[in-house]
Every structure is written in structure tokens, then in C-alpha cells.
Design a protein around this ligand. Structure first.
Ligand code: ZN
Length: 282
């Protein structure tokens, strides 16, 4: 296998729960559209796709059937060995079980683990009760699914460290540092450095900035040795005033930036090795 020190994992967050077709008409919404967009993102260089799903009206849902249809449609692309990451936070008021069951049943390689509760976009509460996080962490261990520990604020890293100590999370962990979500830390390189310095020794990390922070945080992440996350969930624009055409377009730019910096986008198998994933391509 090639030298992994030179490789960075590009993860693509395909649609998320919040953007709408009013924000960007190119947003994939149906299971087939999301799967096709994931497939194109993989072809463009993404090693991981982070999946939320939407109902028939384009609203966020955690309906198991919709998850299954979407994941099956990604896996139906037989040449595609992309690592699948399913969100555990598809809607704001799901029960603990509804949030965990799709992950247990669909066996992705990664699932998000949002390490704390926060005010969300100045209009609601993004609740991740300690009871839920304990259940989720243990369920992921049992299912051999690697947690992608999403961090929006400094205290969340300390929550994760607590769970690493108590065995709810098993080291080495993978941290996704997300900047620029209203209610969490804003997009700034200082905040990225602050969070990265809290990540425990031996753990992997990725950085992403939402909206206007997308490019500066991506470039700082490359400079600091982190992995990347791009995608329409975080950023519906390609540049100021120009809507992104697709997830693949955002992935392709990240790949080019890596290559300009003398680095390479990791393949899915390289990402499995870097992040310590249990291979589950069927
Ligand atoms: Zn997400």
C-alpha cells in the first residue's frame, strides 16, 4: 500500500437536513438522487459519503425505509467501494431508538456521534442527551461502526474525552471539527487551531467550515495535516454568489487543492486503514 502519510481522506456530506432546493436547485433529495450524487462524489475523489435522507416532500426524515432505499441504491453501484457514514442526527426530535436503529440495521462503516447538546441556528435545540450518547457509543461498538465524533464547540471535545475514559468511545477516535454552525464556534482558523489542539494524541481529525468558511477552513486543514469534508450539507455555494453544481464539483476542487499541496486524496481502502474502519462493502 502507498505511503499513507501523504494521503488525506475526503468525506462528502451529500445533503444534510437543512438545505432546500430554494437554496440550491441542484440539491439531491430522493433516495436515487442522493445515491447517484454519492456515486459521483466517489468518482470525483471522495473516500467517505455522509448520508442524511429526505422524505417525499424533501423534508428531513429518519424513516428506516428511506435510509434503506438510499443505502441500497449506493451499494447497487457495484464498482463503488465508498465508505458509508450514516448520520445519527437526521431530525431534531427523533427518539433515541429511531436515531440508532438505522445504523444498527444498515451497517455503515461510520456514523456521526454529536458529542453534546447545543442551541441550533438560533431557533431550536440540537439535543444529544448523555443517556443517548452512552447508548449510541455502545451500540456503535457492538455493530463495529466507527463513530465520527462531530465537534461544534470546545466542551464537546471534553465530553468525548470523558466517554473515551468510560469506554463509551474506544480510542483511537476520529473527530470531525465543524466550524460556522450558528450556536457553535464560528469559522476562523484560530478556532480550528483551538479545537485541533484539544484532539487527543493518536486520534485522527478532519475540519470543515460551513458556508463562507468553507475555503479558508479547508486550506487551513490541509496545512495543519487534517482530513477534509466538503458537500452540499455544509455549503451550497461554489464561491461567493455562485451556486455549486454538484457534490462532485466540491470534491473535485478539494482533490485538486490536495494535489497542489503535494498530497493525494485517499482511496476508500486507504481511508479504512487511516481511520481504522471495519470493511463492510457487500
Ligand atoms: Zn450531517
Amino acid at each position: 500500500m502507498a505511503d499513507l502519510n501523504n494521503k488525506r481522506v475526503i468525506s462528502c456530506a451529500i445533503v444534510g437536513a437543512w438545505p432546500t432546493r430554494k437554496d440550491n436547485p441542484n440539491l439531491p433529495l430522493s433516495p436515487t438522487e442522493i445515491a447517484d450524487s454519492a456515486y459521483e462524489a466517489w468518482k470525483a475523489g471522495a473516500a467517505v459519503v455522509h448520508i442524511h435522507v429526505r422524505d417525499k416532500n424533501g423534508e428531513p426524515t429518519i424513516d428506516f425505509g428511506v435510509y434503506k432505499e438510499t443505502i441500497d441504491a449506493i451499494r447497487a453501484h457495484k464498482d463503488c467501494d465508498v465508505c458509508i457514514n450514516i448520520t445519527s442526527s437526521g431530525i431534531l426530535d427523533g427518539t433515541d431508538e429511531d436515531r440508532i436503529i438505522p445504523i444498527q440495521k444498515l451497517q455503515p462503516e461510520l456514523a456521526s456521534f454529536d458529542a453534546g447538546t447545543m442551541n441550533w441556528q438560533h431557533r431550536s435545540i440540537f439535543e444529544n442527551h448523555p443517556r443517548f450518547l452512552e447508548k449510541l457509543g455502545l451500540a456503535l461498538q457492538e455493530a463495529n461502526v466507527k463513530p465520527e465524533i462531530e465537534i461544534f464547540d470546545g466542551g464537546m471535545v471534553y465530553n468525548a474525552k470523558y466517554y473515551m475514559k468510560t469506554g463509551v468511545l474506544k480510542a483511537p477516535c476520529h473527530f470531525q471539527l465543524v466550524l460556522g454552525a450558528a450556536g457553535g464556534l464560528d469559522n476562523s482558523v484560530d478556532n480550528l487551531v483551538f479545537l485541533r489542539n484539544l484532539v487527543p494524541e493518536g486520534c485522527t481529525w478532519a475540519g470543515c467550515g460551513i458556508g463562507r468558511g468553507h475555503m479558508p477552513i479547508m486550506m487551513a486543514t490541509i496545512a495543519m495535516g487534517g482530513h477534509l469534508r466538503v458537500g452540499l450539507e455544509d455549503n451550497v455555494y461554489y464561491q461567493k454568489g455562485v451556486l455549486a453544481q454538484s457534490n462532485a464539483q466540491l470534491v473535485a476542487r478539494a482533490k485538486r487543492l490536495l494535489e497542489e499541496a503535494g498530497l493525494q486524496a485517499a482511496t476508500p481502502d486507504e481511508a479504512r486503514e487511516i481511520l481504522g474502519l471495519t470493511r463492510k462493502v457487500f
